[in-house]
Design a protein around this ligand. Structure first.
Ligand code: COA
Length: 168
């Protein structure tokens, strides 16, 4: 089996919602995620599972037909945040199914999202992470994000958020 990173399509949304809600400790409802997707689809990328590289390429060419049926094992949800009136890239969510972790999939998803932000002319990417989420913090730090500041009681359960930033 091979994992292929590609831009998200409308047909992927139900699976993105499932992967998000299964893997991220979040208060986001399916409606919140669908709203984010409709606004920022061009910054969403998915990791889809295929029998072979050739099959993945065929699915990619089929533009949504076969591609929409492939199993999604990870995604990144990029979005846009205003900072002093300047739009900047933001990572709203990223997750990889447990059986597919530690294979570089999240790193590959972040790379595609960063490229999309660069094409948009953004100079900075930010994100919030739970201080207790050591796997995600390691991922972000390895990818070049630096901790910038803390937002007290950011999450619905009262945990603080660490805000990370990366200049691109
Ligand atoms: C965080 C997460 C997305 C990482 O996905 P992944 O595909 O396993 O990440 P990668 O394979 O690209 O890892 C890249 C680097 O991140 C760090 N890392 C990833 N998972 C780690 C873990 N469990 N413990 C320590 N470091 C970890 C490592 O430095 C790793 O490099 P290495 O494997 O060469 O040591 C995944 O664990 C996940 O889905 N977690 C649940 C959802 C979540 O917490 N999302 C973030 C908040 S929105």
């Amino acid at each position: 089996m091979t994992v292929f990173i590609r831009p998200a399509r409308d047909a992927d949304l139900p699976q993105i919602i499932c992967v998000w809600q299964r893997n991220i400790r979040t208060a986001n409802t399916a409606e919140d995620i669908a709203e984010l997707f409709s606004q920022f689809k061009k910054f969403f990328f998915v990791a889809s599972l295929h029998a072979s590289t050739q099959e993945a390429e065929r699915a990619e060419k089929a533009e949504g037909a076969a591609g929409g049926k492939a199993e999604i094992v990870g995604f990144v949800a990029g979005s846009v945040k205003e900072d002093c009136g300047e739009p900047q890239g933001h990572i709203s969510g990223i997750a990889v199914e447990p059986a597919f972790r530690r294979r570089g999939i999240a790193t590959a998803l972040l790379k595609r999202c960063e490229e999309a932000f660069r094409r948009e002319g953004f100079k900075r990417i930010s994100l919030e992470v739970r201080p207790s989420n050591s796997a995600a913090r390691s991922l972000y730090e390895k990818f070049g994000f630096k901790p910038a500041f803390v937002v007290r009681r950011y999450y619905a359960d009262g945990e603080d958020a660490l805000v990370y930033e990366k200049h691109i």
